[in-house]
Design a protein around this ligand. Structure first.
Ligand code: UP5
Ligand code: MG
Length: 190
């Protein structure tokens, strides 16, 4: 059993805002374990799990996978890790995601990062990524943005109200943005 609860950072931001890119830098500098909810779901698709077909359709449409499933995947990774600090990237995406996590895990995150990026920049980045993601096409990107604005903004506002939100302007070079991120973790001493 763990001695103390892990330090949990939720990493939020629209599609292409740079969550994954900045998480890799946080891992290198501060020793966190990076859990991308989207990557965990894509792994379920490629491992032909029983939910794979449903997850693929949901991601293709830019919709949100049922909370219980995503929370289970995240919880499994946290519990099987020796580390005591985690970046949970791209989750929670809805108030329902958030409430399910908090009920199942029994804790709130310690802090929440929000990468704040203009829509036209996000669209440009996603469409030029070229890594074969099924949802990186103009139609799905538009849907992902709609879902982000309608469902993820309330989650961001919730954590802002709790004093847990760190809003980071996400335009600039990767290193410029990481300078902003580094200051947050350095000042928190985690
Ligand atoms: N790039 C990065 N930083 C840059 C910079 N400063 N300047 C210029 N370019 C920059 O970056 C995107 C691209 O931009 C890359 O090519 C990068 O090199 C470049 P990235 O770091 O990948 O951005 P990120 O925010 O991680 O974008 P991503 O597309 O992964 O975000 P999404 O939130 O859309 O994707 P995610 O994988 O989290 O979710 C995908 C889908 O899974 C969701 O739409 C949903 O259907 C499903 N999902 C759920 O259902 N539930 C969940 O809990 C999570 C996901
Ligand atoms: Mg990502």
């Amino acid at each position: 059993h763990r001695k103390k609860p892990p330090f949990i950072t939720f990493v939020l931001g629209g599609p292409g805002s740079g969550k994954g890119t900045q998480c890799l830098k946080i891992v290198e500098t501060f020793g966190f374990t990076h859990l991308s909810a989207g990557d965990l779901l894509r792994k379920e698709i490629s491992s032909n799990s029983e939910n794979g077909a449903m997850i693929l359709e949901t991601i293709r449409e830019g919709n949100i996978v049922p909370s219980e499933l995503t929370v289970k995947l995240i919880q499994r990774e946290v519990e099987s890790s020796e580390n005591d600090k985690f970046l949970i990237d791209g989750f929670p995406r809805t108030e329902e995601n958030r409430q399910t996590y908090e009920r199942v895990v029994g804790a709130e995150p310690n802090i929440v990062l929000f990468f704040d990026c203009p829509e036209e920049e996000m669209v440009k980045r996603v469409l030029s990524r070229n890594q074969g993601r099924i949802d990186d096409n103009i139609d799905t990107v538009k849907k992902r943005l709609e879902v982000f604005n309608a469902l993820n903004r309330p989650v961001i506002n919730y954590y802002s109200g709790k004093g847990k939100l760190y809003k980071i302007p996400a335009v600039g070079t990767e290193d410029e943005i990481f300078t902003r991120v580094r200051k947050i973790f350095t000042s928190l001493e985690v």
